[in-house]
Design a protein around this ligand. Structure first.
Ligand code: NAP
Ligand code: HSE
Length: 439
């Protein structure tokens, strides 16, 4: 067998520790697959003592990134510190020094991927990022290679383990939002800044990456529409359930005749869909290709060893392709760099989907007629409607409507008119609804 390929880790936390554990435990099996041993030589951290306790003595642990980045013996740099800086500077330096890079950092790839891949292309090195989307699920591999015959039509996924874990625990156990978030942090699922998980930013990073490799467009995080789970109420989760739906934080990107939809937000999904039954920290991505139809990828979306599984898969890929000519490698974004398209990303007002609306209305004749007249005036048709019983002593009731698909700006205009009706109190709740059927 050839001499070992040498790896330097930047970061030895949840994912770095998991990577070391998996590489050590499955050393022989991995070497048989890669064709040579993958050996971790050094790790860069802030707290050396903590890292020594985790790694044991066999590893050079340092606070000086130059020990890895400028070390001519290191072939692959694995960036697992997270965040933008110094992660970006270190990745760029590793590339400039001719090292291949593996990263789990979706924030970095979504925001700076275009620049990083251009530099890597120029220098003839690989940058692999399987762990950046869906934890241990090999979705990047599937999109870049397995589905390469297809024109991808849409991708929809539950791609943030922390928020899915929170929504599931709240629904099943009536658990408190803050308590479940603390649990997710203790389990190593949450980002360093957990608002990224809750506010949909982490899911948007991942969606940006999937859209780029699915459609052959540059990374465009700044054009991704983002809403998180903080505004969801238990009443809406319950009403959605009564109507046969579950509410999930969904990342969805679709190719339409007008442009590409790119959006993260809570959405109702029919309970009967597999995706609606993806619970806890599990993630799943549904990809619709024109030839294959819908395909579903499911697995642990976060955690030490599931994420390490993806990091190590990248290490094996890079090791196998290490000596190949750069033009024989799979392009970073699946499409050849000079063949990326500049298809327009649609503003959120132009997307087309169905809606769940909850209104608080006076319990008297004619109110629903006013509401349906406004919707009809904007050519929005209603699929289902329920009116709840008024509580004792109250004369207002909740009315829940499900609509057929329409353009978002139409529903927003209709809602503004409805909210102005004297018989409607407060603001309407509007949640998007995705049928996720074969079309
Ligand atoms: P983590 O547990 O916080 O570990 C971060 C590691 O990086 C620690 O060893 C830390 O060292 C080191 N580090 C951070 N800033 C540093 C700096 N300026 N200089 C030197 N060392 C530094 O993070 P993680 O959960 O493993 O996440 C790592 C990356 O993987 C992130 O990009 C994250 O988004 C991504 N990811 C995580 C998961 C998951 O389930 N956790 C899943 C998929 C992707 P000290 O401990 O000494 O401070
Ligand atoms: N914080 C992320 C999540 C980690 O909860 O999904 C995996 O990317």
């Amino acid at each position: 067998m050839m001499k070992p390929i040498k790896v330097g880790l930047l970061g030895l936390g949840t994912v770095g520790g998991g990577t070391l554990t998996v590489l050590r435990r499955n050393r022989e099996e991995i070497a048989r697959r890669a064709g040579r041993e993958i050996r971790v030589e050094a790790a860069v951290v802030r707290d050396v003592e903590k890292a020594r306790r985790l790694a044991g003595g066999a590893l050079h642990i340092t606070t000086d990134a130059a020990d890895v980045l400028n070390n001519p013996d290191i072939d692959i740099v694995v960036e697992l510190i997270g965040g933008y800086s110094p992660a970006k500077e270190w990745v760029m330096q590793a590339i400039a020094n001719g090292k291949h890079v593996v990263t789990a950092n979706k924030a970095l790839v979504a925001l700076h991927g275009n620049e990083i891949f251009a530099a890597a292309q120029e220098r003839g090195v690989m940058v692999a990022f399987e762990a950046a989307v869906g934890g241990g699920i090999p979705i990047i591999k599937a999109l870049r290679e397995g589905l390469t015959a297809n024109r991808v039509e849409w991708i929809a996924g539950i791609i943030n383990g922390t928020s899915n874990f929170i929504l599931t625990e709240m629904r099943d156990k009536g658990a408190d939002f803050g308590d479940v978030l603390k649990q997710a942090q203790a389990l190593g699922y949450a980002e360093a800044d957990p608002t990224f998980d809750i506010a949909g930013v982490d899911a948007a990073h991942k969606l940006t990456i999937m859209a780029a490799i699915g459609f052959g467009i540059p990374m465009q995080f700044d054009k991704t529409h983002i809403e998180g789970i903080a505004g969801l109420t238990s009443a809406d989760i319950r009403y959605a359930g009564e109507l046969g739906y579950r509410i999930k934080l969904l990342g969805i990107t679709k190719r339409t005749a007008q442009g590409i939809e790119l959006r993260v937000h809570p959405a109702l999904i029919p309970k009967k869909r597999l995706l609606a039954n993806v619970d806890g920290v599990m993630n799943a991505v549904l990809v619709k290709g024109d030839a294959v139809g819908p395909t579903l990828y499911y697995g642990a979306g976060a955690g030490a060893e599931p994420t390490a599984s993806a990091v190590v898969a990248d290490l094996v890929d890079v090791t196998r392709m290490h000596t190949a000519d750069p033009e024989h490698r799979v392009p970073h974004l699946a499409f050849q760099p000079d063949a990326l398209s500049d298809e327009r990303i649609l503003p959120i007002g132009e997307i087309r989907t169905a809606y769940y609306l909850r209104l608080r209305v006076e319990d008297k004749p004619g109110v629903l007629a006013d509401v349906t007249r406004i919707l009809a005036g904007r050519e929005i048709s209603i699929v289902a409607m329920i009116q709840k019983e008024p509580k004792a002593g109250e004369n207002t009731v909740d009315v829940i409507l499900l609509t057929h698909a329409t353009i978002e700006k139409n529903i927003d205009r209709a809602i503004a008119e409805i909210e102005n009706l004297p018989s409607v109190s407060g603001q309407a709740v509007r949640i998007r609804l995705e049928e996720l059927n074969r079309s």
